[in-house]
Design a protein around this ligand. Sequence first.
Ligand SMILES: Cc1cc2nc3c(=O)[nH]c(=O)nc-3n(C[C@H](O)[C@H](O)[C@H](O)COP(=O)(O)OP(=O)(O)OC[C@H]3O[C@@H](n4cnc5c(N)ncnc54)[C@H](O)[C@@H]3O)c2cc1C
Length: 90
Amino acid sequence: VKTEIEIGQVFVDRCLGELHAGTLDPAVAAMAKYWTTEMMGRVLDTCLQLHGGYGYTWDFPIARAFADARVHRIYGGSNEIMRELIARTL
Ligand SMILES: Cc1cc2nc3c(=O)[nH]c(=O)nc-3n(C[C@H](O)[C@H](O)[C@H](O)COP(=O)(O)OP(=O)(O)OC[C@H]3O[C@@H](n4cnc5c(N)ncnc54)[C@H](O)[C@@H]3O)c2cc1C
């Protein structure tokens, strides 16, 4: 989990640098949105699992974080559309 977060941070930092330089490629931006939000889902799933059944109840903040994370794969351009943008450059 920590490794994935570190990798995601490096990639997003690179994208931010390119964005500020005006060189960010749309397909690379799509990769960042797609991969980091999928990774977010994996990380929160692991974190919820760590809490066991309590993690599934609203009494614990991890349940809120898990539910809130889900929408990131849908909005801002769904991840299926991100994959389509990436695939067009292959
Ligand atoms: C909380 C929230 C806030 C939002 N805020 C904004 C906002 O501020 N501004 C704004 O403009 N929009 C906003 N949206 C809308 C959001 O961008 C859309 O929900 C998103 O683009 C997906 O469109 P849709 O919901 O109509 O799903 P649909 O387009 O109906 O897609 C349904 C499913 O089919 C998949 N799909 C669709 N087309 C294809 C395809 N060609 N190939 C493969 N799979 C496909 C999608 O990936 C999705 O999984 C918001 C949505 C939510 C939930």
